[in-house]
Design a protein around this ligand. Structure first.
Ligand code: SAM
Length: 244
């Protein structure tokens, strides 16, 4: 079986996505390390470095599709007392794992909110930064997610998005294809007993727009000074923009 998203309507896409993360929530962090060979840590560290949270200034961050809280924890560790992060995710199980991992390490500087990236439950102009790591490709209506990001950011606010991108290094592309089409679902099956969620994962990466197209969409949403920085030969890209 095979999830043919091109033939599935957008609401059922969200249903499939929810099902995937419902199944993997408890093992999500282990699988992340395993499948990226630990690289997701370096990618996230880069995004947090670009955000540059610091004890010297207050920063109110919204981390969308924040799942088990990884990006939020890194941001809070780097920013100290003057940083606050709201973790938003559509999936209750992922948030529950995140809450448990957070414990009381960050006090009330972290908050977990269940919600949809396409319709954020926050007023306009309410955050200094919006981050999203490996989340936006799961959202059925990308343009809606980008419009919402723009709406909730204040003027001068920063948009940062880490997402799988397009590998265009000769040689690496072949290795990457073999790895993602065969090894990822196999590893998923081995560890969780079910390869299907991981086939979805690989598919969703394939269907995501390349860096140039995605940058154009970010500009269409109103963001200025839009940049894309490829990492690891384009396996991933960090997209950045400003609400000016
Ligand atoms: N940002 C985390 C990280 O990098 O470890 C989690 C990324 S995980 C691959 C994708 C997350 O997107 C899941 O937790 C899933 O529940 C969430 N998600 C999917 N669709 C969403 C939506 N429409 N709105 C908000 N979150 C969504």
């Amino acid at each position: 079986t095979h999830f043919g998203f091109s033939t599935v309507d957008l609401d059922s896409k969200q249903g499939l996505v929810d099902d995937v993360f419902h199944k993997v929530a408890k093992r999500y962090d282990v699988m992340n390390d395993l499948m990226s060979g630990g690289l997701h840590r370096a990618w996230k560290a880069d995004m947090v470095a670009a955000l540059n949270p610091s004890p010297a200034r207050t920063l109110k961050v919204l981390d969308v599709a924040g799942g088990t809280g990884d990006v939020a924890f890194r941001t809070l560790k780097a920013g100290g007392e003057s940083t606050e992060v709201t973790v938003l995710d559509i999936n209750r199980e992922m948030l529950a794992v995140g809450r448990e991992r957070a414990g009381d390490r960050f006090g009330d500087r972290i908050e977990f909110v269940q919600g949809n990236a396409e319709a954020l439950p926050f007023p306009d102009n309410s955050f200094d930064a919006y981050t999203i790591a490996f989340g936006i490709r799961n959202v059925p209506r990308l343009e809606l997610a980008l419009a919402e990001a723009y709406r909730v950011l204040r003027r001068g606010g920063r948009f940062l998005c880490l997402e799988f991108s397009n590998v265009d290094m000769p040689g690496l592309d072949k290795i990457y294809d073999a790895y993602s089409f065969h090894l990822i679902p196999a590893m998923g099956k081995l560890v969780t007993g079910d390869g299907e969620p991981y086939r979805y994962l690989v598919e969703s990466i394939r269907k995501f727009p390349n860096a140039a197209l995605f940058s154009a969409m970010i500009m269409d949403a109103g963001f200025a000074r839009v940049k894309a920085r490829p990492m690891t030969g384009g396996v991933v890209a960090l997209h950045s923009g400003w609400k000016l």
